[in-house]
Ligand binder design. Sequence first.
Ligand code: SF4
Length: 294
Amino acid sequence: MEAQRIRIKFYKNKLTCCNHKDCNWLNSRNFRIRTVEEYAKEKLISPRLEECLRRRSLVIPQGPSEIMDVFSTMCNIRCRFCCLSDQPRKHNPQLEKCMREYATGNAANVRKVSFCGGEPLVQRYVIEMIKTVSKTNPDVDFYITTNLTHLTPEVRALFETINLNPIHISLNAASPEGYEAVVSGAKWETVFDNFLFIADLHRRRPEHCVIDASMVVTNRNYRDIVPYAKIGVENNVRRIEYYPMIETGWNRDIQLNSEEKAAVREILKDPIFEEYKDRIEIGPLKSSVKSASN
Ligand code: SF4
């Protein structure tokens, strides 16, 4: 009950229940993303949890039904707003081993496999895992977050046969200028062509390809906010979310200044946001550009 109460307050932007410690740390000079090596040292089940399971005589006979990789930092491009951009892009063999053991060793029981990246589709083992799991269990749902840079013919062919539920795309722009201002290492023409492939896949296999999209708003791409919504709506994107950047010391050059925040406030009055309010989430962005007088 208490957790639910806090959750409701949080979504209403009432942060009185919040523990500010983490936010303060995130915004402080001491903030640093943990490295792949640091994550690799962590065991999935700590000795304490193991002991607890033993004492309670708990067994998990069929293994987990949902497997999620949120640790991978492997990515093939650099987004200016991304805190992973300066991290080492090394493959993490321990993570691969865990994912393979949990998902492919337990494929009949697995209902959902999530890859949140970095960019999962550049990792060979991700493609192999999707093939193995979907062969054993064709009903499994794959949640894939992708920057749409790496839809090779092999990946496209694979996507024709699996449940993408959902595929979460992060384009972060709706024009070549907007894209190249926030991303380096990829071309707008390529990612937009890949987006059109996914949109077409949805048209042909609507139950097997659900599309979600997000955009991180910076001072380089905020003019694309409305065009991004239009592209999403026209192509049956189920949900479009706009995120403000976490403003920290290292990304000052792309933060919105007060005039740009005022411009974003005007942009968010566009009728498209009211018309599609069930599909487009602007709440967090709107809060972040509130003027001091509001
Ligand atoms: S694609 Fe995702 S993980 Fe890669 S740099 Fe951009 S935001 Fe970061």
